[in-house]
Design a protein around this ligand. Structure first.
Ligand SMILES: [Zn+2]
Ligand SMILES: [Zn+2]
Length: 361
């Protein structure tokens, strides 16, 4: 099969013909339908997210099950699925308390050294968090893919596996936005737009979108923001504190910069909740004074939506099919696998909400 392989960082992926193994116990083989290009993939190409090479990036995908290994009970050939990189075991404390995103049990019986899922001749090709969706087929653990309703268009469904799960989950699970509250979302790319939709669905009465790109702010208004704050023209903290008489109940940061995290914290009202979702460089430092903490604010981070994709992805499919969740307009470009580097260039330029790679059925 064809796949986009990364062999050095910083670097670019090249399309190669590679081999994919048959599904072993607890694994499923999937024909890829669509794969979103996420910022985490860009972090892999730049080397900011260190990972063993060579590797096939990509982790936000959908497809149709082609074959299943032994001991697979939830999926069968023909099932439409969404993949997720937070594979879970199903029986640890994290899994049993509704936080499967935190599960770290890798119970795969496969010896990935001697029997890699992906390879070229005798050379093993690594997977990106057990997914690797920039490829025509996926070989993933059963608990890395969830079955969805067949009415769901697969190109839209792919968005649910990372960006939408991360953005809406931060709103619903990590922050638990309440009806009638005020919300600010700093950075309205694909994940931030999902948070805006989550805040709208949760019943927030006022939703501030903060960004530097006017086109993204227009999109944010379309997806449910009530106010657009152009941070290239005004100080977003001053503007929001002013419009809300002291700050918002819930603020979120989706960029991953210390400066914008600080802004997000400062636009949160006393006793409000400030949630970081953007991925900061691991050595970034945040400065806080004691006075900041006397304010009673809650300051937290959110990882993969803070919930369980197995439960949430099918709910989000219902949201889409009921007209509550808008996904079509989140896909700003659809491209074939060969043009994956164009998607990264567009992401670096900051011009697109989400590029989606689509595959021939
Ligand atoms: Zn992602
Ligand atoms: Zn677990």
């Amino acid at each position: 099969m064809r796949a986009a392989v990364l062999r050095e960082v910083p670097g670019r992926v090249e399309i190669e013909e590679i081999s994919i193994d048959q599904p072993g116990p607890g694994e499923v083989l999937i024909r890829t339908a669509a794969a979103g290009v996420c910022h985490s993939d860009l972090h892999v190409l730049t080397g900011d997210l260190p990972i063993a090479l060579p590797l096939v990036p990509g982790h936000e995908s959908s497809g149709t099950v082609e074959a299943v290994g032994e001991n697979v009970h939830s999926l069968k050939p023909g099932d439409p699925v969404v993949t997720c990189c937070s594979v879970f075991c199903g029986h640890c404390e994290w899994c049993l308390t509704g936080r499967a995103y935190g599960c770290t049990n890798d119970e795969s019986p496969r010896d990935k050294e001697t029997h890699p899922r992906l390879s070229v001749g005798s050379e093993a090709i690594g997977q990106f968090f057990d997914v690797s969706s920039f490829a025509e087929q996926l070989l993933v653990p059963e608990r890395g893919a969830v079955k969805i309703r067949p009415e769901m268009p697969l190109d839209k469904a792919a968005l649910l596996g990372c960006g939408v799960l991360t953005g809406m989950g931060a709103v619903f699970n990590t922050a638990a936005v309440t009806p009638g509250s005020t919300v600010a979302v700093v950075g309205v790319g694909g994940v931030g737009l999902s948070a805006i939709q989550g805040a709208r669905i949760a019943g927030a009465r006022r939703i501030f979108a903060v960004d530097l790109v006017p086109d993204k702010l227009d999109l944010a208004m379309y997806f449910g923001a009530t106010d657009a704050v152009d941070a290239s023209r005004v100080d977003p903290v001053e503007a929001i504190v002013d419009m809300t008489e002291g700050g918002v109940d819930f603020a979120f940061e989706f960029i991953g910069l210390a400066k914008t995290v600080r802004q997000m914290f400062d636009m949160t009202r006393r006793s409000g909740t400030a949630t970081v979702v953007g991925v900061m460089p691991s050595d970034a430092t945040l400065e806080m004074t004691a006075a900041d903490f006397i304010s009673g604010k809650r300051f937290q981070s959110s990882l993969m939506g803070g919930g369980s994709f197995y439960v949430e992805v099918p709910r989000y499919v219902d949201f889409y099919l009921n007209g509550m969740l808008k996904l079509d307009e989140m896909i700003s470009a659809t491209l074939p696998l060969e043009r994956v580097m164009d998607a990264f260039e567009a992401m670096k330029a900051g011009t697109v909400a989400r590029s989606m790679l689509v595959f021939e059925p």
